[in-house]
Design a protein around this ligand. Structure first.
Ligand code: HEM
Length: 238
C-alpha cells in the first residue's frame, strides 16, 4: 500500500468550511421556513444572513484558487465512462466490483462527480447566493431592489435548499464507498489517500507528465539537430 497526496491545504479548508456553512445555512434556513424551532426565528435570520456573507466571501477565495491553480479544469464534465460509473453505483458497488475510473492527482473526480459538482458550483450554489441576497435586500429595501413579490425568490431559494439537502445525503453515503468505509473521509481531512501500488503509480503519472510539459522545453536548435540526426540514421539504414 502507498499514500498519495490528493487534496491540498486550501482545498481541504475550502471543502470543510463550505460543508459547515451549507449545513449551518440549511439548519437556520429551515428554522426560518418554520420547519422547527431551535434558536428562535430572529436569531435564525441573523445567523443565516451572516453565514450567507461568509459563504460569499469563501466562494470568492475559492474561485480565485481554482482559476490560478488550474484546478477548475477538474470540474469540466465529460461523457466518457458516465455509464460505467452509473452501473458501478447501481450494481457494481454491491458486488465489490473495482472502481471503473481511478483517482489521479489531476483528475480526482469520476465522471458523475464531475457532472454533479459542475451543476452545483455553476448553477445551484450561485442561485442560492443570488436568491439569498435578493431575499436579504428585499427585506431591507433602503438600499435594496424593488420587487413586486418575494414569493418567486422564496420559491427558488427553497427548491435550491431541497436540492442541496438531497446532495448532502447522497454525498454522505458515497463518502463511505471508498477502499474502506473511512478512507475518503480521512483523505479529505489529511490530504493523503491510501492506494495500492498500481493505483498510486497511475495517480501520479499525469502530474509528472504535466510538470515535464510546463517546466522542460526542447530548445529549437536541438530540435533541428535531432531531426537531422534521425534523417541521417534513416538513410544509413536504407
Ligand atoms: C449566500 C447564501 C445565502 C443567503 C444570503 C441567504 C439569505 C436568506 C434570507 C435573507 C432568507 C429570508 C430570511 C427572512 O425571512 O427574513 C433566507 C431564507 C431561507 N434560506 Fe437562505 N440564504 C443563503 C443560502 C442558503 C442555503 C445554502 C440554504 C440551504 C441549504 C438556505 C436555506 C434557506 C431556507 C430553507 C429559507 C427559508 C425560505 C422560506 O421559507 O421562504 N439558504 N435565506
Amino acid at each position: 500500500m502507498k499514500k498519495v497526496y490528493l487534496y491540498k491545504g486550501f482545498e481541504r479548508f475550502w471543502h470543510w468550511t463550505q460543508a459547515f456553512l451549507i449545513f449551518f445555512l440549511m439548519l437556520t434556513g429551515f428554522e426560518i421556513h418554520g420547519s422547527y424551532n431551535l434558536i428562535g426565528y430572529e436569531n435564525a435570520v441573523r445567523w443565516h444572513d451572516d453565514a450567507g456573507w461568509a459563504l460569499l466571501i469563501l466562494m470568492i477565495f475559492a474561485s480565485f484558487w481554482h482559476v490560478t491553480t488550474g484546478e477548475w479544469k477538474q470540474y469540466i464534465p465529460t461523457a466518457k465512462n458516465v455509464r460505467a460509473q452509473m452501473e458501478y453505483y447501481l450494481t457494481g458497488i454491491f458486488r465489490n466490483a473495482p472502481h471503473p475510473t481511478g483517482k489521479r492527482i489531476l483528475s480526482k473526480l469520476n465522471p458523475i462527480q464531475r457532472l454533479v459538482y459542475f451543476a452545483l458550483t455553476i448553477i445551484v450554489i450561485p442561485v442560492m447566493v443570488i436568491s439569498g441576497f435578493t431575499y436579504l435586500y428585499f427585506n431591507y429595501p433602503i438600499q435594496g431592489f424593488a420587487l413586486d413579490s418575494l414569493e418567486p425568490v422564496a420559491f427558488i431559494h427553497t427548491i435550491g435548499a431541497y436540492i442541496l439537502i438531497t446532495f448532502v445525503i447522497i454525498h454522505l453515503y458515497l463518502i463511505t464507498t471508498g477502499h474502506t468505509i473511512t478512507s475518503n473521509l480521512v483523505a479529505m481531512i489529511t490530504g493523503w489517500e491510501k492506494m495500492d501500488e498500481e493505483e498510486a503509480q497511475v495517480a501520479v503519472e499525469d502530474v509528472i507528465e504535466s510538470t515535464k510539459r510546463h517546466y522542460v522545453k526542447q530548445i529549437n536548435g536541438d530540435k533541428k539537430k535531432k531531426a537531422k540526426k534521425n534523417k541521417n540514421t534513416d538513410s544509413e539504414l536504407k
